[in-house]
Design a protein around this ligand. Structure first.
Ligand SMILES: Cc1cc2nc3c(=O)[nH]c(=O)nc-3n(C[C@H](O)[C@H](O)[C@H](O)COP(=O)(O)OP(=O)(O)OC[C@H]3O[C@@H](n4cnc5c(N)ncnc54)[C@H](O)[C@@H]3O)c2cc1C
Length: 487
């Protein structure tokens, strides 16, 4: 059965330009109700009379693991910049997360971070993160979206194709099928379709079905695997840190690990391997891998801790981007964002932040649409999004390419020179809190990577000596509590 639905109301009144908000148009359809789709829906609600988010999974109100987001057993740190943008889109988001048990932590004061050269100096003010499980991060956004009168969620429906106008120049809707019903494909009209269906997006195939050539694709894979497990934090556990990150040291040390306190008095502990390394999922093998990391602090912390989950493995971590911005021919009224457009090796924690920035970018493009209205939006949006993703892409792929096992292009002379400088800077962050502060802010995407090349840091890198690396990081001063700048 084919059923056609359409939003009640008039035809799009999509005129207006400049900073004044144009009159709302009729309906936007978003494919995927994960972080990118929900944040996009939030901004679309300011521009459309109705925003329909179509999601394949059935969605609960409470935080729950779900099939469509298989990475949700793994740690998800929202970087400082991402938190700032989400707070702007959904004021009070941080307070709601805290109320639900998210653990406030200052980076680097509350974090024991062993970088390739040594422990990052914890005396830097840095920024504050709210550490929570991925299901809680997402359910908190979802709850806010459910309260938006213009946003509706159609869950349990798989989007299977795009529908184009008779002349093929614009996308006018999508076809969706219920995932657990007997049959009944439906067609959903839309004035704009946003694909936020993640790494497994079929956007390129859908465009192909409409006669559009596939955009160029880049793929750089370091073969990183995640193996995570939840533990109850022992009642008698006492330490002056809330998280641990033990990084790799390319090219030789390919094992890393992290531990984050999350809601419910739990630790989320992750063992990571790169270039063929992978933590075993059996009890003894997993713990032995933890003990093999560069420092015993993580393995010792969990030695007597009660496991609350089995080991959950995740392998889909390569960097991949589609250059939608370079398409010679594209249909109007169809845009792609989030992991569907550009996905990173998650060890650098950029995905949600970039999804939030994409929502902001979409909002800016919609606010400034000219006389052609929605018909000139797609190309402009994809070009602006490509600029937003360029820097995190360079960071993520640049670090991955330090491993000779990484697939993709090889580092050029410039990148190799950059590695030498960053290695010296890695020494400086172990002994100078002001250098550590800049680096941790760049990591949080609160400053541009160019901040790493300022005169003060160049000098600090030149002066840093291997012999000055402390055996343990200097603890943050007690009066530094609360000094971290809110992002
Ligand atoms: C191991 C791992 C660890 C990570 N850690 C971090 C971290 O620390 N910090 C961080 O910021 N990011 C992290 N990420 C990245 C983060 O998970 C994503 O960037 C983020 O979820 C945004 O993705 P998305 O919304 O674009 O897609 P996804 O989260 O993949 O969601 C896609 C959604 O679309 C739905 N869907 C798919 N196809 C269809 C269809 N045809 N019809 C209807 N619905 C559909 C799916 O069910 C799902 O709900 C990590 C990722 C991985 C893999």
């Amino acid at each position: 059965m084919l059923r056609r639905t359409s939003a009640a109301g008039t035809q799009p009144a999509d005129t207006g330009s400049g900073s004044a908000r144009p009159a709302p148009t009729r309906r936007a359809v978003v494919v995927g109700a994960s972080m990118a789709g929900l944040l996009a829906a939030r901004v679309l609600a300011d521009h459309f009379e109705q925003v329909l988010v179509v999601e394949r999974d059935r969605l609960a109100d409470a935080p729950e693991h779900r099939r469509g987001v298989p990475q949700d057993w793994q740690p998800h740190l929202v970087l400082g910049r991402g938190r700032r943008v989400i707070e702007r889109l959904l004021p009070g988001y941080g307070d709601e997360l805290r109320a639900a048990g998210a653990v406030p932590m200052r980076l680097p004061a509350d974090l024991l971070m062993l970088n390739p050269c040594g422990w990052v100096d914890r005396r830097a003010p840095g920024w504050e993160a709210l550490s929570a499980s991925r299901p809680l991060l997402e359910a908190t956004v979802r709850r806010r979206l459910r309260a938006e009168p213009r946003v509706a969620v159609l869950d349990g429906h798989d989007v299977t194709a795009l529908i184009a106008s008779p002349d093929g120049r614009a996308v006018t809707g999508v076809t969706a099928r219920p995932v657990d019903g007997p049959d009944g494909a439906i067609e959903l009209d839309a004035d704009l379709v946003v694909d936020a269906s993640g790494r497994g997006s079929r956007a390129v195939a859908w465009l192909g079905d409409l006669g559009f050539a596939a955009p160029a694709r880049e793929h750089i894979g370091s073969g990183t695997t995640y193996s995570s497990r939840l533990f109850r934090i022992p009642d008698d556990f006492a330490a002056d840190w809330k998280a641990v990150m033990l990084t790799t040291r390319p090219p030789s040390i390919r094992r890393s690990g992290s531990l984050f306190a999350v809601e419910g008095g739990r630790w989320l502990v992750t063992l990571t391997g790169t270039g063929g390394e992978r933590a075993p999922s059996d009890e003894d093998g997993w713990r032995a891998y933890a003990r093999s990391l560069r420092d015993p602090v993580l393995a010792e912390a969990i030695e007597d801790a009660e496991p609350l989950s089995p080991v959950r493995v995740h392998r889909g971590t390569s960097n991949r981007r589609w250059h939608f911005e370079r398409m010679r021919r594209r249909p109007e009224r169809f845009v792609v964002l989030g992991d569907a457009a550009c996905v990173f090796n998650p060890v650098y924690g950029q995905g949600i932040t970039v999804a939030a920035l994409a929502a902001e970018t979409l909002d800016a493009c919609l606010r400034r649409r000219g006389p052609a209205g929605l018909d000139a939006l797609a190309g402009r949006f994809q070009r602006r999004l490509a600029r937003v993703t360029a820097s995190p892409w360079m960071q993520s792929t640049g670090e991955d390419l330090r491993f000779p096992t990484t697939t993709g292009t090889r580092p050029n002379a410039l990148l190799r020179a950059q590695y030498r400088y960053l290695d010296r800077l890695g020494l400086a962050v172990t002994q100078d809190p002001s250098v550590a502060d800049v680096c941790i802010r760049v990591y949080g995407m609160l400053e541009r990577p160019s901040a790493l090349f300022g005169p003060r840091l160049l000098l600090a890198a030149a002066r840093a000596r291997v012999g000055d690396v402390p055996a343990m990081p200097p603890s943050p001063p007690r009066d530094a509590v609360g000094a971290a700048t809110l992002p």
